[in-house]
Design a protein around this ligand. Structure first.
Ligand SMILES: Cc1ncc(COP(=O)(O)O)c(C=O)c1O
Length: 393
């Protein structure tokens, strides 16, 4: 189907809830996408930090083909072998106290599950979330998303249990947190909020406050998890052990899956009937999660993220010194942001890059966000930077 037909049908039959770019892809290979006209694009968006193995990664494709022919869905009325295997694998890559997993279908759902678990465990109802954070768009997750642009027109939100602290400001957390607080939600790097990292001091202070007051520290690793920052989870850089970790995006390499992970003790409150989802953790998506962890481990892909990510930050910093349109460079591993002086310029840069065959993303108005597949090579990074540099000029 040609692009115009795709666009016409989409305009006519779909909800118009996304502001889409004039692009549609028909296939992908490695870190490249191709449109119907055969034009090739280097992809530094990866389906918004999802396609960790790029496109058509042979070992992953084989794992999916094998699973497709065996079993796709059975429901959680029964035991699911691939679910058990993936939970076991997640146990090996999360901090020791985090032992158990609940599978869901998306990042927002993982956060919903985490909040329900925290409320049930603590028997408290207040939730603290960061201003400028992002936790998803379902009702409870939207409540925790401290940005009026997402909440406006949906108020009152399902409850008024949410209180918003200022990110990287421990005094702000101290002024809100108390023994009525069930959970404090936090991202190690605010992804949608413009690639804003939390400081180590802040994260450690939050961890201590939560421990002192019996508040569950829920770390949202939906975007930062599964190796995106160069370690399996962003908190691993700081040695911080959350009470609950949520993840999604990269976990399925494109298959829709999310996970809530916590300790034996906390998980124990979620008895049969307290939570669940029909599709959650079906054989196909959990086989994908197993393949993702196996492939990343076997091929030392996190070494690539660390090495190329570090050089990428250096390149961006160097460019910032030469070019006044870049006002800040932030992030870690393959979750990087270059803040541009105006939203108009950020969009113009993105559009120039797309026209020259490089996909990049603008988030939070004026931050060029770099979230490529974890297999993005040093040469591909150089190709990106060449076009980015041209775009800035
Ligand atoms: C940190 C974070 N949490 C939650 C979500 C929501 O995930 P989903 O879109 O899969 O519901 C996102 C999505 O961008 C995210 O970045």
């Amino acid at each position: 189907m040609d692009f115009d037909t795709v666009k016409d049908l989409s305009s006519k039959y779909l909800f118009q809830n996304y502001g889409r770019l004039d692009l549609a892809f028909v296939r992908g290979e490695g870190c490249y996408l191709f449109d119907a006209a055969g034009k090739k694009y280097l992809d530094a968006v990866a389906g918004i930090a999802v396609n960790c193995l790029g496109y058509a990664y042979p070992e992953w494709v084989k794992a999916m083909q094998d699973q497709l022919t065996k079993l796709v869905h059975v429901s959680n009325l029964y035991y699911v072998e691939e679910q058990a295997k993936l939970a076991q694998r997640l146990n090996t890559i999360t901090p020791d106290p985090i032992t158990r997993t609940l599978f869901v279908n998306s990042g927002a759902e993982a956060n919903e599950g985490a909040l329900k678990t925290a409320v049930r465990y603590t028997k408290r109802h207040k939730v603290l979330a960061a201003l400028n954070g992002f936790h998803g768009r379902t009702s409870a997750a939207l409540g925790a998303t401290g940005q009026t642009k997402y909440q406006a027109s949906f108020e009152p939100l399902i409850s008024n249990v949410y209180h918003y602290y200022t990110y990287n400001d421990l005094e702000s957390v101290k002024s809100l947190i108390d023994r009525d607080t069930a959970a404090l939600m936090i991202e190690g790097i605010q992804g949608e909020g413009g690639v804003v990292p939390a400081s180590e001091e802040f994260l450690k202070g939050v961890r201590d406050l939560c421990t002192d007051l019996g508040v569950l520290m829920v770390v949202d690793e939906v975007q930062t998890g599964m190796g995106r920052t160069g370690k399996w989870f962003c908190m691993d850089h700081f040695g911080i052990v959350p009470d609950i970790i949520t993840t999604a995006k990269g976990l399925g390499a494109g298959m829709p899956i999310g996970a809530v992970m916590t300790t034996d003790e906390i998980a124990a409150v979620m008895t049969p009937g307290t939570h669940g989802t029909t599709f959650g953790g079906n054989p196909l998506v959990t086989a994908s999660g197993c393949a993702v962890i196996d492939i990343i481990s076997r091929h030392h892909i996190l070494d690539n993220v660390n090495k190329v990510g570090k050089n990428w930050v250096d390149d961006l910093q160097k460019l910032k010194q030469e070019n006044s349109h870049i006002v800040d460079v932030r992030g870690r591993g393959f979750l990087l942001g270059a803040e541009i002086d105006t939203p108009e310029k950020a969009v113009a840069i993105r559009d120039y890059m797309i026209a020259h065959g490089v996909l990049t993303n603008v988030c939070h108005g004026k931050t060029i966000r770099i979230i490529p597949p974890l297999i993005f090579s040093a040469e591909q990074k150089d190709d990106y930077m060449k076009v980015f540099t041209e775009a800035l000029q």
